[in-house]
Design a binder for this molecule. Structure first.
Ligand code: ES4
Ligand code: ZN
Length: 345
C-alpha cells in the first residue's frame, strides 16, 4: 500500500462513523465458531478453521444463508452470544465506529431450543459493556426471518415483548432479513403494522436480490424509515426520485454485494452513482466474518475501486450518522466532531 493510501485509511478511520447494517451472527469468525463448538461439544462438518473458511464461496444470497445459519448453530449460552458480540465491538472500536445498530435473528436460535432471553441477555450485556468501556453506543434491531411465516414473526414478537422494558435502552427497532426473492414485503404487512403501533422504529432489507418494487413496497406497505441494501432501486427512475426527495437512507454493503454476486466486481458497484445522484447512502459491513472485511475495509476497498475522494468519505460517514436512530442532539455532536477531523491532503 502506498503512503497516500495509508493516510487515506487513517483519515477514514478517524471519521466518526455509525454502522447501521450488521447482522451480529454474521460477525462470528471461523476461529470463534470452532472455539464455541468445542466449548459446547458440537461436531462441525469441517475438520478445521481453514476448511470452513475455504467454504465461503457463494453464488447468491441463499448459498451464503445456508452456511450462516449453520455457523450460528454453535451459539448456545448467554456467554456465547456475549463473546460473539464483544468481539464485534472490539473490531468496531478499531475501525472508528462510534455508534452501531445491530441486527439479530432470534428465530435462528429459538428454532434450536435456545431461549429468546438467552439471546437478548448475551447481546445486550456486550452492548452495555461496550458503551461503558469502549464509548460505543448501540441499538438493537430485532429482525424477522422472511422465509418463515408472518404467524411465526408474530410469535417471535410476542415472545420478545416481555423483555422490552428490561432492554428499553437498546431494543428500539424491527428489521426483516433472510431470503428476499419470493418473500415480498406484503407478506409482513400486518406484523409491521403491529410493531409500528408499539412504537418501534422500522427497517427492512429490500432491493438486494429482489426488484425495485420491493423497495417501494417496504416503504409504502411496511412504512419503514430506512432500507437495507436498496441498490436495485436504480432500475426504477420514479423510485429513485422518491428516495432523493425524502432522503430515505440506503444502508449499502459493498463487499457483501460482491461476495453474493449482486454486482460482478467492486468496480461495477453503483454506490458512487447513487451518492453523486444525491441519494442518502452509507457504507456498512453486513456479515463481515463471511464477506472478507469489517467496516473500514468496506470504506477503503470501495474508495479504491470507485475513486472516492476524502470528501466522498466524509459524506458517507455523515450520512451514517444522520441516518442513525440516535437522538438529534447526539447526531449533531458527532457531525461536529466529524467536521473537526483534519482534512486529508
Ligand atoms: C443477510 Cl446479506 C443478507 N441479506 C439478507 N438477509 C441476511 N441475513 C444475514 N445477512
Ligand atoms: Zn443484511
Amino acid at each position: 500500500m502506498s503512503d497516500s493510501a495509508l493516510s487515506l485509511r487513517e483519515f477514514t478511520r478517524q471519521l466518526p462513523k455509525a454502522e447501521l447494517h450488521v447482522h451480529i451472527e454474521g460477525t462470528l469468525e471461523p476461529e470463534l465458531i470452532f472455539k464455541l463448538a468445542q466449548r459446547n461439544q458440537i461436531t462441525l462438518p469441517y475438520p478445521d478453521q481453514a476448511s470452513l473458511h475455504a467454504a465461503y464461496q457463494f453464488d447468491n444470497l441463499q448459498s451464503f444463508l445456508d452456511l450462516y445459519y449453520a455457523g450460528a448453530g454453535v451459539l448456545i449460552t448467554e456467554q456465547d452470544f456475549f463473546d460473539m458480540t464483544w468481539a464485534y465491538f472490539l473490531r468496531a472500536k478499531a475501525d472508528g465506529i462510534i455508534h452501531t445498530e445491530i441486527m439479530f435473528d432470534p428465530q435462528t436460535h429459538t428454532a434450536r431450543g435456545v431461549s429468546i432471553e438467552t439471546v437478548f441477555a448475551g447481546i445486550a450485556g456486550a452492548a452495555r459493556q461496550a458503551k461503558a468501556e469502549l464509548g460505543i453506543s448501540s441499538y438493537l434491531i430485532m429482525s424477522f426471518l422472511r422465509h418463515l411465516s408472518e404467524a411465526e414473526a408474530f410469535a417471535t414478537l410476542d415472545a420478545a415483548l416481555p423483555l422490552r422494558e428490561r432492554y428499553a435502552d437498546l431494543w428500539i427497532a424491527i428489521g426483516l432479513d433472510s431470503s428476499e426473492l419470493g418473500n415480498p414485503p406484503e407478506k409482513f404487512q400486518a406484523v409491521y403494522a403491529r410493531c409500528r403501533e408499539l412504537g418501534f422504529r422500522l427497517v427492512a432489507h429490500a432491493g438486494e436480490e429482489g426488484p425495485a418494487s420491493y423497495v417501494r413496497d417496504a416503504l409504502q406497505l411496511l412504512k419503514v424509515e430506512r432500507i437495507d441494501h436498496g441498490v436495485r432501486s436504480e432500475d426504477d427512475p420514479a423510485l429513485m426520485q422518491y428516495l432523493i426527495d425524502h432522503s430515505i437512507p440506503l444502508t449499502v454493503c459493498p463487499l457483501s454485494n460482491i461476495k453474493l454476486k449482486v454486482f460482478d466486481s467492486l468496480d461495477d458497484h453503483n454506490l458512487k452513482n447513487l451518492l453523486d445522484r444525491g441519494l442518502n447512502v452509507c457504507i456498512n459491513s453486513d456479515d463481515p466474518a463471511y464477506f472478507g472485511g469489517y467496516l473500514l475495509d468496506n470504506y477503503m476497498q470501495t474508495a479504491q475501486a470507485l475513486n472516492l475522494t476524502a470528501s466522498h468519505l466524509r459524506i458517507l460517514a455523515a450520512n451514517s450518522l444522520r441516518s442513525s436512530f440516535l437522538p438529534e442532539q447526539y447526531q449533531q455532536a458527532w457531525l461536529q466532531a466529524l467536521d473537526n477531523v483534519p482534512a486529508h491532503d
